[in-house]
Structures are given as structure tokens and as C-alpha cells.
Design a protein around this ligand. Sequence first.
Ligand SMILES: NC(=O)c1ccc[n+]([C@@H]2O[C@H](COP(=O)([O-])OP(=O)(O)OC[C@H]3O[C@@H](n4cnc5c(N)ncnc54)[C@H](OP(=O)(O)O)[C@@H]3O)[C@@H](O)[C@H]2O)c1
Length: 278
Amino acid sequence: MTVLVLGATGKTGRPVVDALVARGVQVRAASRNPAVATAGVEPVRFDWADRSTWAAALHGIDTMYVVGPYTVPGEPHLVGHLLAAAAHVRRVVLLSVLGVDQLPDAIPMAAWEADVRASGKEWTILRPNWFQQNFGEGFAASLRENGELALPAAEAVVGFVDTRDIAEVAVAALTEEGHAGLVHIITGPEALTLRQVIHALGEAAGRELRYTALTAAQFADGLRKAGLDERSINWQLGLFRLIRDGGNAVVTDTVERITGHPGRTLKSYAGEIAAIWG
Ligand SMILES: NC(=O)c1ccc[n+]([C@@H]2O[C@H](COP(=O)([O-])OP(=O)(O)OC[C@H]3O[C@@H](n4cnc5c(N)ncnc54)[C@H](OP(=O)(O)O)[C@@H]3O)[C@@H](O)[C@H]2O)c1
């Protein structure tokens, strides 16, 4: 069995590759910039925006983990096109997002989910809450350089989840029976405000870090000044509106039920990354 992992260099793709290798499963790791081969991992160049790269990635595999084409605007049904090109693939696990039904139409995950459900394959959909790993990756520069994270999340709580837990659920769905036709809502073990998260990160690092609550208009202005296009700005605004409306306060027992261990806490992740704020 070889599992194709799309988005293999990303926050969920990396731990999915690691967890598959740990189970002795052969992996084809897809990215626009494939790494060098390692034991059990065959890198392949794959670009959602370049269909000439699809066939080599799909050749001879029967199971795939899909991080969708969120970087390719204006083509909501690319996932459906890929699945049609993957007639021989039997099982697909799709990374979607918590609250998919309440997000604006500009966000394409609902279309991806529809395409996966209509594919005739054994499908499982993962709807995770916000990733803890955002703090150690995308948000890290602002925290490191300014000691501050400014976002329009008010004081709403979010069930931040460790992407290694998402990966373990994904690998169960990829390699075990009993997940076909299921939607797994995946969260961390507790719901925290951004203020609580930033405080925990600062405490672990021995450094003062601040959270500043922006209005949506202030946030949009900042993104515009940074050169972001209107589609991406609306996408971000939609995600933060859902947080402020309480849509990300969700905490489920999915991780513990499927992996047998409780979800990793934000405090534990904060300890692991304490050195990066140095
Ligand atoms: N971040 C969160 O808190 C969160 C929460 C819930 C759901 N999600 C969902 O998770 C997904 C990933 O989001 P993320 O921002 O956290 O990113 P990420 O998984 O850290 O990185 C994105 C991955 O997608 C790959 N990729 C990007 N554009 C590609 C293209 N045109 N063709 C092929 N591969 C491409 C990247 O690989 P290369 O750059 O190496 O090609 C990378 O491996 C999104 O669908 C998002 O909605 C995120």
C-alpha cells in the first residue's frame, strides 16, 4: 500500500507522513518543492495549478490524503477534477475546516467536501479547529519581532488543536476500516481565548507577549496595506467572524476516541516551542 499525501510539507501533511512511516506504510509525499527521498518516503512534484504534475503523483496509489487547493483561486471544483483523474484511487481523506457550513462562499472547502462525497470513493472528511501550530509558524514572526499578536478574535474561545493529533486521526482513517462516510470534527482538549494562548506562550518562554484585539476594519486595513488581495482579506474576515460568533468554541473527544490518548494541550505545545521566541 502506498499513500499519496498532498500538502506533505505543511502543518498537517508533515505529521501525516511521519505517522504513516512509523506504521511502516510507504508514502508518496507531494509538494511543489519536493524534498529528497528518505526511508519509506518518495517525494513527488505536485501542483494543483499545473495538471501536468497530477498523473505522476497518482500513478499506482490507492489511498490519498488531500490538503485542498486553497492557494488556487477561482477553481472551486479542482478537488473533483483530481478525484476524476484518480479513478483507481479507492480511499480519500479530505482536510476541511470546522464550521465549513457557516463560512463565506469565497472559502472553497464546502465545494471540496461536496466533490469528495460525490466521488464514489470511500471518503472521510476531517473538520479541524484552528491549529496550535499557527503560533509556532505563521504567527511566530509577529510574536518574535513585536512581542505582540493583533487579531480580530475579540475574547472568544477556540478549541485549538495540535496538528499531530489531526495527523493521527487522518492516519487511522487512511489505514484502518470503519471511517468511510464519516465527518470527524477534531479539536484540542480545551477552548482558550487568544489572550490566554499568548499568555501561555509568553509564560513558557519567560518573555512578555501580548494579544491585542483588533476590530475587523482595523485588521482588513492592515492586510490591505500588506498587499493582500480582497479575496484573501474576505476569507480571513470570514474565519475571524466565525471565531467571534462562538463557532470555534467547539471541543470534541474525537482525538481520544480514535487515537486512544487525550488531545495534546496548548500548554504542552507552548513548552516545546519556547525557544523560538528567543
Ligand atoms: N491553519 C489552521 O488553523 C487551519 C485550521 C483548519 C483547517 N485548515 C486548512 O488546512 C489547509 C492548510 O492550511 P495551512 O495554512 O495550515 O497550510 P499548511 O498545511 O501549513 O501548508 C499548505 C500545504 O499545501 C501545499 N500547497 C500550497 N499550494 C499548493 C499548490 N498550488 N499545489 C500543491 N500543493 C500546494 C504546500 O506545499 P508546497 O508549498 O511545498 O507546495 C503545503 O504543504 C487549508 O485548507 C486550511 O483551510 C487550516
